[in-house]
Design a protein around this ligand. Structure first.
Ligand code: HEC
Length: 160
């Protein structure tokens, strides 16, 4: 009897946990603009952090080096973009704001989903910095600086 009751309680708390994590993901408050803008300017440390997140969330499709030579890539249509080849065109563009918006919102109708629920704004920018370090965006990716940070920040805010 006691055991049964405990199982019942455990399943209630598990349900509550699942529910609250969903609410949390859906209703996450935007991070402080100052914090985000700081993270928008690339550094060695942010590229390294982005590389880690990329390995966790993106490499299954795009490969650790971004060349999209993965088993998963062979069965997806459209296949994941090769992010390591400068001659490949990207639908949404290769500027930092474009890449950020792709990472946040995904590309409709493809298996490229948005990563808002798993990566916060700072982590998304870290991934953007890592992508900016890959050969695929070479020449097109103009890094964010203190001068253009406000403009680019605006381009990455959800439309109201
Ligand atoms: C389930 C597989 C999958 C995962 C995981 C995935 N992607 Fe993609 N990604 C795709 C596909 C498919 C496309 C190409 C869509 C198309 O052809 O329009 C793509 C395209 C892209 C592009 C190019 C966008 C453009 O404008 O063409 C970027 C940049 C990108 N992904 C970054 C990421 C990042 C960063 C992550 C991890 C946070 C990630 N992807 C995770 C499948 C994936």
């Amino acid at each position: 009897m006691k055991i049964k009751k405990m199982g019942y309680l455990a399943s209630i708390s598990l349900a509550a946990l699942v529910l609250s994590s969903q609410v949390f993901a859906a209703g996450k408050a935007p991070m402080d603009a100052k914090v985000v803008k700081k993270a928008m300017v690339s550094s060695k440390a942010s590229i390294a952090a982005g590389k880690k997140s990329f390995k966790t969330y993106c490499a299954s499709c795009h490969g650790e080096s971004g060349d999209a030579n993965t088993p998963v890539a062979k069965v997806l249509n459209p296949p994941p973009r090769n992010l390591a080849d400068a001659s490949v065109k990207w639908t949404a563009g290769k500027e930092p704001a474009d890449v950020y918006n792709t990472v946040a919102n995904g590309l409709p109708g493809t298996s490229m989903v948005g990563f808002k629920a798993s990566l916060n704004e700072v982590q998304r920018w870290e991934v953007v910095h890592f992508i900016g370090s890959l050969a695929g965006s070479k020449g097109k990716f103009k890094a964010v600086t203190k001068k253009n940070v406000d403009k680019i920040y605006k381009q990455t805010q959800p439309k109201k």
